[in-house]
Ligand binder design. Structure first.
Ligand code: FE
Ligand code: FE
Ligand code: MG
Length: 171
């Protein structure tokens, strides 16, 4: 562990490590949510949406890497067993039982909004007290905001398409 790393963090490091482990679990679950959702998905715009969801999956793994490195720097033990992911995560994992593209996107949107809250919380907790974790949280937060926006755009496009089709039917 980094002694100086802990010393310069002017807060309850144990509590911060708990928050970071929850974030770590959530990132792995988000990875799988995207990865499996992209594969079972069917419906309009699949060929466009699938690669974007797989890209998001990769980006979630990148977040997991940032978070695990920080946990170790702070002298914490990262979650060592996947069976602990669901115990630590506060963001739900939603089984993609309905493969319709819109249903998959809505599950991912819920996940992103939860992730935004997670990093907003870590940023607030570390603001002015642990600048390194703070910087990391802001970096990830920006990615999560972008993810949310991408998914909202897809959902809007699908809605728009549905409205146009309904109009055609009525004419
Ligand atoms: Fe993430
Ligand atoms: Fe995300
Ligand atoms: Mg994107």
């Amino acid at each position: 562990m980094g002694k100086k790393a802990v010393e310069i963090a002017n807060l309850d490091v144990g509590k911060l490590i708990e928050m970071l482990n929850a974030a770590l679990a959530e990132e792995w679950l988000a990875y799988y949510q995207y990865w499996i959702g992209a594969r079972v998905m069917e419906g309009p715009m699949r060929s466009e949406i699938e690669p974007e969801l797989l890209l998001h999956a990769t980006e979630e793994l990148g977040h997991a890497e940032l978070v695990v490195n920080r946990i170790i720097q702070l002298g914490g033990t990262p979650i060592l067993n996947p069976s602990d992911w669901l115990k630590h995560a506060e963001c739900a994992y939603e089984t993609p039982n309905d493969p319709y593209v819109e249903a998959i996107l809505k599950q991912n949107l819920t996940g992103e909004r939860c992730a935004i809250q997670r990093y907003e919380g870590i940023a607030r907790y570390t603001s002015g007290k642990d600048l390194v974790t703070y910087e990391m949280a802001i970096t990830i937060l920006n990615d999560e905001l972008e993810h949310e926006h991408d998914i909202e755009d897809f959902l809007n496009d699908i809605n728009r398409m549905r409205e146009d089709l309904l109009k055609l039917k009525m004419d």
